[in-house]
Design a binder for this molecule. Structure first.
Ligand code: N01
Length: 561
């Protein structure tokens, strides 16, 4: 399909005849968007509204980003469906009907496809095409983006929008002997489209984060035998998913704008159904605490940690909430040794809290075994199984639920090269540094959507995406109106922003454990707390930056050449 051919209002005369050729075999557009997840789709919608020419390149054969790839059994969102959806078009949010409180992966993908069809966006997306690199040419003020796949070549653009997602680069640990394994190997984040048949098979699941915890109870019911390899025990709270209550659906849709406005005031841009109590756990009596924890446990999901305001601020308060979960585990899991192994010892919430359906109960099944690999890591993989502590666990299938090289992985795979030939991997050698999570010094006209330094993974991703895309679209309109050709973050603004993100993180208990928020799950990755806590203050800051003439950015127009 051909891409939109809207004339570019921003095209200037920097490119002269004869300057095209091998360097732009795919032509030139105003905007190259990398990725057709929620961010890339909405960015293309706004680009078209602005009259910009654009191309979206997507490595998958379909849209949906993380929801396209994560098709493992039980994959489901844990933000309420009425909140985890676009808000840019009222008719869209009125007409779409979610069926469950927490939408399943297939339903989210149906929603994505519906949005693309409804707004006629498919023509701008090129699937099965990997963006391999991008180089900025200071003289032409153009990015040259190279692609491989259905469309192989290079394309020039004024702007480069990296909508590559925060959880899109699978972490496949390099375990010795993996290549020798005689069975099948899968990663939850790259699940086969036609599913996996576990019937009669002995299965290993390595990893017990959200993906492992969602898939393990289902795999256990299908497989002959399941061995779970756990490095760090995770806290999980019952999800309590259920069919979407039609009365709640009607109530929200009767005043959806007001509902969304309330979400914008929430620290994580969602959670209206589970308000955070303003009280402190360490000021309540043990009886009060237990009663409240029990109520919130029964309610499930995010409600639990919101039972008091200070869980992520006070170690003492956190300890109460953590011990309540450990108590639940000990009461649920019949074998005391297994129960103890499942009891987490870290701060609850410093790694992303998990939500499950029957996770702890799964370990009461006769066909399920838990192997701790914290003190005795996996030694090697052999043709017939996984060796730990000199014991071979024979399996036919290995499932890696080992997560992602989060937030920076996909950006660094592209590794754009900015001014002076500096690559992003060089600029981020000591960890990602951005201004507002949107822009990197030395990389003009390049934007990251929900990049490190923005609330992103600590908030409602779709709300964050829309806020970022709207902010970028307003900036592009401003540049057009003022004849500005390049925008770039100032080095000092980046430094101050990175310091701010760090200060906010270190005022909480978040940095206290080895989470992927810190990059601690990837060997050798710099240990930097990447997301910013607090969506409302962040969104307000972005607005102020724009109102103050894009403070912290250098904007250059024809006059400044
Ligand atoms: O990945 P994870 P995930 N050897 O990084 C272990 C979102 N999500 O895919 O904790 C052995 O959380 C690792 O151990 P440790 C959500 O934001 C959302 O589960 O590092 N084990 C851990 O147990 C989530 O946080 C939803 O010690 C290794 C596990 O693998 C994010 O995606 C559903 C290992 C990885 O857990 C990532 O979740 C699913 C190694 N070398 C995902 N390397 C919902 O919306 C890693 N591990 C509900």
């Amino acid at each position: 399909m051909s891409p939109p051919q809207a004339a570019s209002p921003n095209s200037d005369t920097a490119l002269k005849a004869g300057e095209t050729g091998a360097a732009d075999s795919l032509g030139e557009v105003d905007l190259v968007i990398v990725g057709a997840g929620f961010a890339g789709i909405y960015m293309s919608y706004r680009a078209r509204q602005l009259g910009l020419s654009y191309r979206v390149f997507e490595r998958g054969s379909g849209a949906g980003g993380t929801w396209f790839w994560n098709r493992y059994p039980g994959a489901r969102c844990d933000v309420h469906s009425l909140e985890y959806s676009y808000q840019f078009d009222d008719a869209l949010q009125q007409e779409w009907q979610w069926t469950e409180k927490f939408a399943s992966q297939p339903e989210i993908l149906r929603y994505v496809d519906h949005v693309i069809e409804r707004f006629d966006l498919a023509g701008g997306i090129t699937f099965n095409t990997h963006v391999q690199g991008a180089v900025y040419d200071e003289v032409r003020r153009r990015w040259t983006v190279t692609t491989a796949g259905d469309e192989t070549g290079s394309i020039r653009s004024r702007f480069l929008v990296l909508a590559t997602g925060c959880l899109s680069s699978a972490n496949r640990p390099g375990i010795a002997g993996l290549d020798s394994f005689g069975g099948d190997v899968y990663h939850t984040g790259e699940w086969p489209h036609d599913g996996v048949d576990f019937a009669g098979k002995r299965v290993a699941v390595i990893g017990t984060g959200s993906s492992g915890i969602q898939s393990i109870p289902i795999i256990a019911t299908e497989a002959a035998h399941l061995t779970v390899f756990q490095r760090t025990a995770a806290y999980t709270v019952p999800a309590r998913n259920e069919p979407l209550d039609p009365a709640i659906d009607a109530e929200v849709k009767a005043a959806y704008t007001e509902f969304r406005a309330k979400d914008w005031q929430e620290s994580s841009a969602f959670g209206i159904f589970d308000p955070r109590s303003p009280e402190h756990a360490n000021q309540a009596s043990p009886a009060e605490r237990n009663e409240r924890y029990e109520q919130r446990w029964q309610r499930g999901s995010w409600s639990y940690l919101r039972s008091y305001v200070d869980h992520i601020l006070s170690e003492e308060s956190n300890g109460y909430a953590a011990e309540f979960v450990r108590d639940k585990i000990r009461k649920t899991v019949q074998d005391p040794t297994t129960a103890e192994l499942l009891c987490p010892t870290t701060i609850i919430g410093c790694k992303r809290l998990c939500f499950d359906t029957g996770y702890y109960e799964t370990f009461n099944r006769e066909n399920v075994e838990l192997v701790g690999i914290s003190d005795t890591p996996i030694e090697r993989i052999e043709p017939t199984g996984v060796v730990v502590d000199d014991t071979l666990h024979e399996v036919d299938i290995i499932v890696f639920a080992t997560g992602f090289d989060a937030m920076t992985g996909s950006l660094l795979k592209i590794d754009p090269v900015g001014k002076d030939g500096t690559s992003l991997s060089t600029a981020w050698e000591a960890g990602p540094v951005t201004y507002l999570g949107l822009s990197v010094a030395g990389f003009p006209n390049m934007f990251t959507i929900t990049g490190p330094g923005s609330p992103s993974v600590l908030a409602n991703m779709i709300t964050c995406i829309e806020q970022h895309v709207n902010w970028i679209a307003d900036l592009l309109a401003h540049m057009e109106a003022k004849a500005i050709h390049t925008v770039e973050a100032e080095t000092q603004a980046v430094a101050a922003w990175v310091q701010h993100v760090n200060n906010v993180a270190h005022s909480t208990l978040f940095p206290s454990c080895n989470s992927w928020y810190l990059g601690a799950n990837i060997p050798g990755k710099p240990r930097v707390f990447m997301p910013l806590l607090g969506f409302p203050a962040y969104a307000q800051r972005c607005d102020e930056v724009a109102e103050q003439g894009y403070e912290g950015f250098v904007l250059r127009g024809a006059d400044s050449i």
